[in-house]
Ligand binder design. Structure first.
Ligand code: QAP
Ligand code: CO
Length: 167
């Protein structure tokens, strides 16, 4: 297992659109194990392959307190949305920044599991927010994209300052 390097906003590679997974082999399983290790080490509650510069439709999530309920979504698609909720989101690619974003309250997703079997899941609350946030990454979208231009430019300035301080 190994820790993967996480891309930081506004890296242009975060805008790439991910391709569907077609091979359920050892290479895929290694990438997923490394993504999970990277998410837990951060620590984070969700990580999309895009964030580690792998442009494939893979997401790992664990919103449990105990950090023992790994959810792996491959080629996931939201097939139903209902209601709205506002949640203060963060992102491992946008360190130290938290902003409110409005998303659907309840969603149903169809996806493939680690072995390539089709699954369906209905989620609400934080898990629903996290799934929507992570699936956005696979489309090249970051939560910052939903904020005003003024907030976006302030976030870029703050991250550039942080990056300089970390040299
Ligand atoms: C996405 O985000 C998410 O800034 C997952 O310094 C966030 O795991 C979905 C993190 C909130 C729903 C609600 C962020 C860790 C982790 C930071 C994360 C940081 C350290 C973010
Ligand atoms: Co994110």
């Amino acid at each position: 297992m190994s820790l993967l390097k996480i891309l930081h906003y506004p890296d242009p590679r975060l805008k790439k659109i991910a391709s569907p997974v077609t091979q359920f082999d050892a290479v895929l399983h290694t990438l997923i194990a490394d993504m999970a290790e990277t998410m837990y080490a951060a620590p984070g509650i969700g990580l999309a392959a895009t964030q580690v510069d792998q442009h494939r439709r893979i997401v790992v999530i664990d919103v449990s307190e105990e950090r023992n309920s790994l959810l792996v979504l491959i080629n996931a698609k939201i097939v139903q949305k209902a209601g709205t909720q506002v949640y203060e989101e963060g992102c491992l690619s946008v360190p130290g920044i938290y902003e409110k974003v409005e998303r659907a309250e309840e969603i149903t997703v169809e996806y493939l599991d680690l072995t390539g079997n089709a699954q369906i899941l209905t989620a609400r609350g934080l898990l629903a927010v996290c799934i929507q946030h992570e699936l956005d990454h696979l489309e090249g979208r970051v939560f910052v994209d939903y904020l005003s231009q003024l907030k976006q430019s302030r976030i870029k300035t703050r991250l550039a300052k942080q990056a300089k301080a970390n040299l």
